[in-house]
Design a protein around this ligand. Structure first.
Ligand code: SF4
Length: 884
């Protein structure tokens, strides 16, 4: 770190809630990160990930210099090489032979220049973003229903609602601060959670509909029919502000004529469906918040439109506490949509297919050309690379070798692509290692710009430290390449502020109220005003400079006739049904304390303990049929016979016939856990969003002769090839825990341990019980613990949270040394994961406290601190206390 400001207000880089963050330099020269009490998204709150941001500022393994083929080069050489190679390929094969694959992690200004270069100067639509994987479905659904990609509501609506429908959203883990806002909001509200899994979000109470995966459109069609048949249509609203109801009703009736049919198709109790419909009909203020459970589907757009239809028919939109609410996954997924970061969009909510729009943008940019058609969407783009149609790809701030479906195919595509440029902050991502040219990108806290959250609120991200090495902001890198390609006068930016002003001006250019995305009120900000810009929701015009929280209050929609459109939805079956060879439905998603492919959160010590390994959750009935045992390992086989290995969690939270596997793990953290290698590349035909929620798989036990763990200061995984399975978590700057399993004979364990830990200097103490098949060893250097090993035939491994504490001691007592070899009395083989990340409180500690009589969340909080800071663990604490 070369310079630090004493205080800075910025925005969290993780999810689409877009919380304001206050960064302060303490007297001890450490960074203190707190929620910004003035930010409208969070009003001071932060979740576990946001609270741990200070731990990830000094990311290990930064890319510090430009590299070509692994050789350090100057920026000038890297930029010139990229520009020349892109120009040469474009000359030989045309503009559609190159592509950019960008990210919802980029700031709006980065996104803006990348889109401008590709669509206006290279002349191709081939720029797509990883937001394709999370938000492209609502984009199309909004365009179909409202005429433009507009989220009608704001966060206050969620709090003001008397009923909240959470459809395909694990709010408690994926948007934790919104979950907190909802659970703390005054007044009573009825919450309906529609999710095949019983997630911690269901702790809000109300009604949980454990729907059959893939049948959501039938459930919403049934609601539309119910409202219509019960004469609960808002006649005046429908007559004056909508069109297409009759056709939508006819389509809905064909698939969902009555409650009994809906209950049968969705495999729900008819009484629960009736309760849902009755409560929706009887409640004025209803917000339906939805996320990946609807979006990541081969018929996601229809599912979302089926839900929006219900709000239109009942007039529950454009009013306080009412409306459909798409919760965005990434911090700047919305900003990417504003600038046209999707291959299917132009810029400033204009359409590539519209000649007037193309001409308007081209005139504004004064560009020599403009893309004439939409480019390739994410998965098609990588297919085209594999087919040789795309010869050069530039990937910015994303890790498609892990995050895209059929991830091994993506890896092969990158391996055979003639030119792969990657802008990254970390050297070792699964994608960065495949780069021909690797560029050091500045990351959170090191660059300036703006982001837009789920509620259309534009906030500043501010730099509070200098980028390390030669890292540069993405907008700077793109601009340099554009200049080297000969477009200097159009990319003559010297700051993010200049780019933002141009972006704001384009939004208002020849707008005349036709496009709701209009932030022209910010187009003449001075640099100082940009620096001090406060958060505000778009539209932001000269007549409404503070922005507009709720849309459609006047009943006017940005369609040609000003009316919202009902969409006739004929529910489609999932693209791939289960079969005898793959009889289970795989659903993938997030865990509470990790983000995407773990590049940042995996480096945080406090975030590593909640979910230390890749896992597969299985219903007890399925587990019995399949011969699976809790805490053992299982193979999950998917598309193309690909398999991953994960720890088995047996739980009645899981719906029979379905399994869940988290999306985060990559080759850096485990040896066989990239779940997206199992997924077939299936997409929604309208949005191109891939199916991550309904892929057929098979699960079988993985028989291992032994299970165990190593805690060590040396990185073991390059030598762990003999182990069938390993997964690691960071416990300290130089301390790792490896969970391992394999098939060697017990007599090999001591030899293996000594080979693996030969880098650890110190005195060995060992215990090998060949009758109980247990091996324990520890290495002590000057009385300090430097490594320990535990191997056993039994997968039920004793807790190790107390062991980790011993690594922090300068000196171990005689008793502690004994416990290293013989364990502690009363150690139970319980799940020892960390429940409270802020105060590092493990599940065994909480269970012990409950046994000792601390039987409320408050009492445990007072005793252990758990739940007293960010509150992300409160749903788990409630369940532990209530004994569920
Ligand atoms: Fe960041 Fe958590 Fe807020 Fe999301 S909810 S923006 S991850 S602090």
């Amino acid at each position: 770190m070369t310079s630090t400001l004493p205080a800075c207000q910025t925005t969290c880089p993780y999810c689409g809630v877009g919380c304001g963050v206050q960064v302060t330099l303490t007297d001890k020269q450490t960074l203190q990160i707190e929620g910004d009490p003035t930010h409208p998204a969070n009003l001071g709150r932060l979740c576990s990930k946001g609270s741990a941001l200070a731990e990830t500022v000094e990311l290990p393994g930064r890319v510090l210099h430009p590299q070509i083929g692994g050789r350090r080069v100057s920026w000038e050489e890297a930029i010139t090489t990229i520009a020349e190679k892109f120009k040469q390929i474009i000359t030989e094969h045309g503009p559609d032979s190159v592509a950019f694959y960008v990210s919802g992690q980029l700031l709006t200004e980065d996104y803006y220049v990348a889109n401008k270069l590709m669509k206006g100067f290279i002349g191709s639509g081939n720029i797509d973003t990883n937001s394709r994987l999370c938000m492209s479905t609502p984009v199309v659904a909004h365009q179909r229903a409202f005429g433009e990609d507009c989220v009608p509501v704001c966060y206050e609506d969620l709090e003001q609602a008397e009923m909240v429908v959470l459809a395909g959203s694990n709010l408690a883990w994926c948007h934790p601060v919104l979950f907190r806002r909802l659970s703390q909001a005054p007044g009573e509200r009825f919450v309906v959670t529609i999710d095949p899994r019983r997630t911690y979000t269901t702790s809000l109470g109300g009604l949980h509909l454990a729907i059959k995966p893939g049948t959501d459109a039938v459930l919403f069609n049934g609601l539309l029919v119910y409202l219509y048949d019960q004469n609960l249509v808002d006649e005046s609203f429908v007559a004056n502000h909508t069109e297409g109801l009759k056709t939508a009703i006819a389509a809905a009736r064909a698939s969902a004529p009555d409650i009994a049919s809906v209950a049968r198709i969705c495999e729900l109790p008819a009484g629960d469906v009736a309760t849902f419909y009755r409560r929706f009909a009887a409640t004025e203020r209803v917000v339906s918040a939805y996320s990946q459970g609807l979006n990541q589907s081969t018929s996601g757009v229809d599912k979302v439109n089926a839900l929006i239809n219900c709000h239109l028919v009942s007039g529950r939109i454009g009013k306080p506490g009412a409306g459909p609410f798409s919760l965005t996954g990434q911090p700047n997924a919305m900003g990417g949509r504003e600038v046209g970061g999707l291959a299917s969009q132009l810029a400033a909510h204009m359409a590539l297919e519209n000649e007037e729009d193309r001409s308007r943008v081209q005139r504004f940019w004064q560009s020599p050309t403009i893309a004439e058609k939409p480019g390739l969407k994410a998965t098609a783009l990588f297919d085209a690379i594999l087919e040789g149609k795309i010869q050069a790809v530039w990937i910015m701030a994303t890790n498609p070798a892990v995050s895209l479906p059929d991830a091994d195919q993506v890896r092969r595509a990158l391996e055979c692509c003639p030119l792969v440029v990657v802008s990254e902050c970390v050297q070792t991502t699964d994608t960065a290692v495949l780069a021909d040219i690797l560029l050091p990108a500045a990351t959170w806290g090191e660059k300036d710009g703006t982001v837009t959250n789920s509620a259309r609120v534009i906030s500043r991200q501010r730099a509070f430290r200098s980028p390390p090495g030669e890292s540069q902001p993405d907008w700077w890198i793109v601009t340099q390449v554009a200049k080297a390609m000969g477009y200097g006068q159009y990319f003559d930016y010297d700051s993010a502020a200049r780019i933002f002003r141009e972006h704001a001006a384009l939004s208002g250019f020849e707008n005349d109220g036709r496009r709701l995305f209009d932030i022209s009120g910010l187009s003449s900000l001075s640099d100082e005003q940009y620096d001090s810009l406060l958060p505000r929701p778009w539209p932001i015009t000269h007549s409404a400079p503070e922005g507009t929280s709720r849309l459609f209050a006047d009943g006017r929609y940005p369609t040609e006739n000003g009316r919202a459109r009902f969409i006739a939805v004929e529910p489609a079956l999932p693209a791939r049904e289960i079969s005898t060879s793959r009889p289970l439905v795989l659903n993938t998603g997030r865990v509470r304390d990790q983000w995407h492919t773990m590049t940042r959160t995996g480096a945080s010590l406090r975030l590593s303990g909640h979910t230390p390994e890749p896992f597969v959750t299985v219903h007890p009935g399925d587990a019995e049929k399949l011969g699976l045992h809790h805490k053992e390992l299982a193979w999950v086989r998917g598309h193309g016979g690909h398999e991953i290995l994960a720890r088995v969690h047996i739980t009645s939270r899981q719906r029979p016939g379905s399994i869940f596997v988290p999306m985060h793990w990559n080759d850096f953290y485990t040896n066989q856990g990239r779940v997206n290698t199992l997924l077939e590349n299936l997409v929604d035909p309208l949005s191109g969003q891939p199916e991550f929620k309904h892929q057929p798989v098979a699960v079988r036990p993985c028989h291992c002769e032994w299970f165990g763990f190593y805690i060590t200061r040396v990185e073991l995984h390059p030598q762990l090839k003999y182990a069938l399975y390993w997964a690691r978590v960071r416990l300290g700057q130089e301390l790792w825990r490896y969970e391992v399993a394999g098939n060697d004979e017990p007599k090999a364990w001591p030899t293996r341990a000594r080979e693996l830990l030969e880098g650890e200097q110190g005195v060995w103490i060992e215990y090998h019980d060949s009758v109980r098949n247990q091996y324990r060893a520890a290495v002590l250097h000057e009385e300090r613990l430097v490594a320990c090993v535990y191997i056993s035939r039994n997968p039920q491994i004793p807790p190790r949270d107390w062991l980790i504490e011993l690594f922090e001691r300068e000196l171990l007592s005689k008793e502690e040394r004994m416990t290293l070899l013989f364990g502690r009395e009363g150690d139970e083989t319980v799940d020892d994961h960390t429940v409270c990340a802020c105060f590092k409180v493990s599940e065994p500690k909480i269970r012990q406290a409950i046994k000792e009589g601390y039987q409320s969340v408050e009492a445990i909080g007072q005793l252990l601190g758990a739940g007293q800071k960010c509150g992300s663990c409160l749903p788990e604490l409630h369940e532990l206390v209530s004994g569920e």
